[in-house]
Write a protein that binds this ligand. Structure first.
Ligand code: FAD
Length: 826
């Protein structure tokens, strides 16, 4: 087995050593700066509340794995590292009560038992609650308390027995490398060689990653935790010391959570101002760490806790007899989007991180990293927490600091899935931005880009919508970040012509003598076809799991324009290119990202041809510019690359020009299009139109957990092609029925628009979940995609659970994406 060095013996590092052992890798050394019996990181003081429910399926699966592992981890007296007291989240506001229904939906979607309970049932489960305050709650029987510090000790013992070495009181001070690959770690006692180094240094991760030349988007923040004096009502429960028998309790309306510690309470608080910490300023970990003296524990600032104490006495009146016995400001990691950071450094092969991981997700993350290292892939899709999901602008220290602090503030807030950040904004704008603002674009932000969702300028057309295109009334939640203008934009795209800003879609130019081989190897399509052709295909992993869809336009023999729907895949392509040129110097391929230097305009709709004809002498006729072809053209005198494809299932082109002439292109097209009824249209209409056409989005609709056939994308695999990544595994899948398939549903009442992630029920049982949803204006009904058992058939009836209500839906005709997916309907 390769030699692995893990930096940090917190709950993540210890679990990783253990998971590697369970997969057969035992040649591992764990280096820890603190003393092994209590290293002094966040794990050493973590109260260990494990709430499994999460909007992210990946995070929820990490949590359920952690629960089952900690339950099975027993010490000599047979007691486990998990106290399954259950979890109770209470609502004290109407908005929270509603939101718990949405949360229960996530639990059902990810296979976690959860029930919404009345105030009386809350009191039955938790008699110390103030009945006056509580409007209801959600109970998760399988939640509970992780005994994190004890788990670390048991994991150390069991992995030591398998050969793992632990070196404590030894800080890693440097990372050594050769030829772009990690070779070891530097310590005051010498260098330890390694083939793979995994940074599990908790909130010190920023410092350790710096040693490897990696900017980690992580901010250490202090979070207050107090312990009360003993309380009679808890004494009466006769818990063993530090133990608990009441459910763990969340009072999110006031940013609070609670657990019992024997006869007193522990209270955690997120309502105070964010308190950023610079890990480098904490100095060396002392050689002996105690409960009160550890680097991750800062002095308690009592004034910040004052509102929490008052609210706690309101919710749990027994606290009125108590005082705060001990408090501290404990440090742990926050990130710009609240997710963990998992993956290999894009610039240093063999340097991995497993960072910003809560105790709740620790064993699950460790399992996934071990699977990736040993088997090449984890069973759980990692794109939600992939280290490479951030763009350059999101790695600046100002951005990380501001957004991570915002994340702390919002950690218990009720957030709409489309809710945009207030700040920082306008980090990346397309060359069309000035015109979009003039047209009253409603911007939402993604990966730093401002993306119009609809344009206020189109509002005047709402009254001219034909009856069958008129939008339906929506409920309050799905009306947020929505406008009836979207119906206009969909209607105009289907009946006239619309222009869409596609600039943020990541685009690459891949060139050189090895470009063709690189792409042939990377994707399922045959990109060796002549210059001028366009291939829509899939990128798979070795196990034939989907990594993304990809558009490859052959501009010259050795020059390809590539549109990529999962930014993480760019790292993979770069790595493959490096490997390819190492194996054969003549086969180099250069990968140049052109997203920021170019602009992309989608010109789609039945009148698109009439518009472009006014602006260009090039042949844009169907005969002269067939589907799936690319041409270099001039439009209004501007040199452009036009690809005959659409993301909405209409005639038209995606037009790329250099950024400096983007605005001129927009103006020329907009002016020439006036007589054809052109409008600018936004992402909301695009989402509705792409769903009508059957187009799937990577991340929400399909991930590496799915095969092409399961996702209905087998039409994008070139028949007879072999030798690409995943082709062998795909051949083994041939003829096998996937257990679940991505299916299309229509909502029976013709108006309830769900948002995604809702569970789907059949015969009272949750059988799957919604991925994305929209109102489909062309057919006048809401549609949703959902992962459902393969045995379900067109016409079968199911129910989507939306805010606790079961909304009847019907399985629609199976849509299979074909290579001609992007063609127009003509
Ligand atoms: P750590 O436990 O910090 O381990 C990292 C280790 O790396 C440390 O031991 C450190 O000494 C070592 N290290 C760092 N740099 C170096 C170096 N250069 N060389 C060698 N060793 C190094 N999570 C939950 O799930 N539920 C909760 O209820 C919960 N409550 C919390 C309450 C508080 C007050 C706080 C502060 C955190 C809480 N958390 C909770 C978060 C949780 O504690 C952390 O997310 C988790 O413990 C992180 O584990 P880790 O192994 O990544 O980091």
């Amino acid at each position: 087995a390769p030699k692995v060095v893990i930096i940090g013996a917190g709950i993540v590092g210890a679990n990783l050593a253990d998971e590697l052992c369970s997969l057969g890798w035992t040649n591992t050394t764990v280096v820890e700066q603190g003393p092994l019996d209590l290293p002094g990181g966040s794990t050493s003081h973590a109260p260990g509340l494990v709430y499994q429910t999460n909007p992210s399926k990946t995070m929820a699966k990490f949590a359920t794995y952690t629960v089952s592992k900690l339950e099975s981890l027993k010490d000599q007296d047979g007691s486990s590292c998990f106290n399954q007291v259950g979890g109770l989240e209470v609502a004290t506001t109407e908005a929270r009560l509603q939101d718990l229904k949405r949360k229960q939906g996530w639990a059902h979607s990810w296979g976690i038992e959860a029930s919404l309970i009345s105030p009386e049932e809350c009191l039955r489960l938790y008699p110390l609650l103030n009945r006056e305050k509580v409007l209801g709650g959600m109970h998760i029987p399988s939640d509970g308390l992780a005994l994190a510090a004890k788990a670390v000790q048991l994991l150390v013992k069991r992995t030591r027995e398998k050969g793992v070495k632990y070196i404590d009181r030894t800080p890693v001070t440097g990372i050594t490398r050769a030829g772009g690959k990690v070779t070891g770690v530097v310590t005051p006692n010498g260098t330890i060689s390694a083939d793979i180094v995994v940074c599990c240094a908790g909130f010190w991760g920023v410092e350790v990653s710096k040693m490897a030349g990696l900017t980690l988007p992580l901010l250490p923040l202090a979070h207050q935790y107090v312990k009360t004096t003993p309380i009679q009502a808890l004494k009466d429960r006769k818990n063993p010391p530090n133990s608990a028998s009441l459910p763990i309790l969340r009072h999110q309306d006031q940013d609070l959570y609670y657990r019992e510690h024997g006869d007193f309470y522990g209270i955690g608080y997120y309502g105070h101002k964010p308190m950023p910490v610079n890990a480098a300023s904490l100095g060396q970990t002392p050689s002996t760490v105690s409960d009160k003296n550890m680097p991750s524990r800062l002095t308690f600032t009592a004034e910040d806790f004052a509102p929490a104490w008052k609210e706690s006495q309101e919710l749990l009146p027994v606290m009125r007899e108590a005082e705060i016995a001990d408090g501290f400001n404990g440090i742990f990691s926050f990130t710009p989007d609240g997710g963990s950071l998992v993956g290999e450094s894009p610039t240093l092969d063999g340097f991995w991180v497993a960072e910003a991981v809560k105790v709740t997700h620790s064993a699950g993350v460790a399992r996934a990293v071990a699977e990736v290292l040993v088997q090449g892939k984890s069973q759980i899709d990692l794109s939600d927490c992939d280290l490479s999901r951030f763009e350059g602008v999101q790695l600046s220290s100002d951005y990380v600091s501001e957004t991570s602090q915002q994340n702390f503030v919002e950690v218990y807030d009720i957030l709409h899935p489309l809710e945009p950040k207030q700040s920082p904004r306008n980090l990346r704008v397309s060359p069309f931005f000035a015109r979009q603002e003039q047209l009253g674009a409603m911007f939402l932000e993604q990966r730093g880009w401002e993306r119009p969702h609809w344009y206020k300028a189109n509002e005047k057309l709402v009254k001219s919508l034909p009856r069958e295109w008129r939008p339906q009334e929506r409920d309050a939640w799905s009306s947020k970040f929505y406008s009836p203008i979207v119906a206009v934009e969909a209607w105009k795209t289907r009946t006239a012509v619309a222009m869409y800003d596609m600039t943020p879609l990541r685009r690459l130019e891949i060139s050189g003598p090895g470009a063709l081989d690189l792409l042939q190897q990377a994707c399922t399509g045959d990109v060796s076809r002549p210059v001028g052709t366009v291939t829509y295909a899939l990128v798979l992993d070795d196990n034939a799991g989907l990594r993304c869809d990809i558009i490859v336009a052959r501009l010259e023999e050795e020059l390809f324009h590539v549109g990529i729907f999962n930014p993480i895949v760019i790292e993979t392509l770069s790595r493959s290119a490096r490997k390819q040129s190492q194996q054969s110097a003549g086969k180099w391929a250069s990968i140049h990202e052109v997203t920021a230097g170019t602009s992309a305009l989608g010109l789609w709709g039945p009148r698109s041809h009439a518009v472009v004809r006014k602006l260009s002498e090039d042949d844009f006729s169907t005969g002269g510019f067939p589907h799936h072809t690319v041409k270099r053209v001039h439009i209004a005198g501007i040199p452009a690359t036009a690809v005959r494809l659409s993301h909405v299932g209409e005639a038209g082109w995606e037009i790329y020009v250099n950024a400096d002439v983007g605005l001129r292109l927009w103006d020329a097209v907009f002016d020439a299009g006036q007589s054809e009824g052109i409008i600018a249209a936004g992402r909301a209409a695009l989402n509705s139109l792409r769903m009508e056409k059957g187009f799937r989005d990577f991340g929400s609709d399909f991930t590496s957990e799915h095969s092409p056939a399961a996702a209905g994308m087998e039409g994008l695999v070139a028949s007879g092609k072999a030798g690409y990544v995943g082709s062998k595994a795909l051949a083994l899948l041939a003829g096998k029925q996937p257990e679940k398939r991505l299916m299309t549903l229509t909502i029976d009442d013709g108006k309830s628009v769900v948002m995604g992630k809702e569970p789907v029920f059949q015969d009272g049982k949750a059988v799957g979940y919604v991925t994305s949803a929209a109102f489909a204006y062309t057919i006048g009904k809401p549609v949703a995609y959902a992962w459902l058992p393969s045995k379900l058939r067109q016409g079968d009836k199911v129910q989507v659970e939306y805010f606790g209500k079961r909304v009847p839906a019907t399985i629609a005709a199976n849509v299979t994406v074909q290579e001609d997916w992007m063609d127009d309907r003509s």
